[in-house]
Design a protein around this ligand. Structure first.
Ligand SMILES: Cc1cc2nc3c(=O)[nH]c(=O)nc-3n(C[C@H](O)[C@H](O)[C@H](O)COP(=O)(O)OP(=O)(O)OC[C@H]3O[C@@H](n4cnc5c(N)ncnc54)[C@H](O)[C@@H]3O)c2cc1C
Length: 320
């Protein structure tokens, strides 16, 4: 039997799994095909890839800064430099933007090197059996664990584990806003000296030039486009069926940059139903010692990778 069953392989899940694995038998289960959750990296061809969730990390707290420096010295992270512009195409942002040397799922990769991970394993339900948890997966498989930790977005947590969470925790007002993200590759597109652009637009708000992250060299030009929250709210439930949604976002980008539609060789859109919670909650993490059920996730603290990392560290302290 496991000591800890960790649901989710994003920043929170990987961080808590790593800390607990020093002392306990731990395994990670994730419904996705790969590691990293909202910090995952999508491969296009060979080394060419897109960070379709997290774009960069700008650490604020001393503790997180120290951790980022460790990964930076190990060359797992590097600085994404170049021209980060706003919509006037003039003003530069000059905060340090750390990115994974090979992809932004680097933190999860680093932490889970020696931890058993199970992908394509969506958890369906959980049952507390007085002495241990029975965790049931969509496949019908059941595993036993002394403790269970959730790191998924709040609505998903409530659906699976609501029965076992305290009322005041279930009453939290957490608004996880959506985002529509489109990955797009152009063939033989002349490289532009721009790393990222913030747009002042109702639909398209940000574009990142994946080539400028210098993880690969190619005549293809790869961009990741992110929508506004407001527009994502209108389109999140229809974008899969209605290709107009993707085309609207792409047309905006073509209009702004002057790139040509006929050079597009790849496009893929991902709708993040639960992207980020811009507010913080009264909890940094949640631990019920009696039932041995815990929660750590970005949305308890804020909308960033750093929030996820801090939440996992807070939970580890409570468990100890
Ligand atoms: C488009 C976008 C851009 C962003 N840009 C930035 C940025 O530039 N900088 C920054 O700091 N932050 C950014 N963020 C926020 C950042 O991605 C998150 O704060 C952070 O990745 C959250 O990590 P987490 O581990 O808490 O959650 P997640 O990464 O969401 O991990 C939860 C995991 O649980 C899994 N899961 C869910 N339900 C189940 C289930 N039933 N069974 C099994 N597994 C399940 C999911 O597959 C997922 O892997 C961005 C987010 C989005 C969506």
């Amino acid at each position: 039997m496991l000591d800890f069953c960790i649901i989710g392989s994003g920043i929170s899940g990987s961080t808590i799994a790593y800390i607990l694995s020093k002392k306990y038998e731990v395994e990670i289960f994730d419904k996705a095909r790969g590691l990293g959750g909202r910090a995952s990296n999508k491969r296009f061809i060979k080394k060419q890839s897109f960070d379709h969730g997290v774009q960069y990390i700008s650490p604020i707290s001393k503790k997180f800064k120290r951790f980022i420096q460790i990964l930076y010295k190990k060359k797992e992270l590097k600085i994404w430099d170049g021209n980060h512009l706003d919509f006037t195409f003039k003003k530069k942002e000059n905060n340090n933007k750390f990115i994974g040397s090979k992809g932004n799922n680097v933190i999860s990769k680093y932490y889970t090197k020696n931890i058993k991970k199970n992908f394509q394993s969506p958890v369906k339900s959980i049952l507390f059996n007085k002495y241990f948890w029975e965790i049931k997966f969509d496949s019908g498989k059941i595993i036993k664990s002394k403790s269970v930790i959730f790191t998924c977005p709040y609505p998903q947590l409530k659906r699976i584990a609501g029965k076992y969470l305290e009322k005041k925790f279930l009453k939290l007002k957490i608004n996880m806003e959506p985002n529509i993200t489109t990955m797009i590759a152009f063939k033989n597109q002349k490289e532009v000296p721009i790393s990222s652009i913030k747009f002042n637009d109702k639909i398209l708000t940000w574009a990142a030039n994946e080539n400028s992250k210098k993880r690969f060299s190619s005549s293809n030009s790869l961009w990741t486009l992110q929508s506004s929250v407001k527009w994502a709210k209108k389109t999140i439930n229809i974008y899969k069926k209605n290709k107009k949604v993707e085309n609207i976002l792409i047309s905006k980008f073509l209009d702004f940059t002057g790139y040509k539609k006929n050079k597009i060789i790849f496009k893929k859109t991902h709708g993040w139903k639960y992207s980020y919670n811009f507010q913080s909650s009264p909890y940094k993490s949640y631990w019920n010692k009696k039932l041995r059920i815990g929660v750590c996730a970005d949305w308890l603290i804020g909308p960033k990778v750093e929030s996820a990392w801090l939440s996992a560290n807070d939970l580890a302290k409570k468990i100890k």
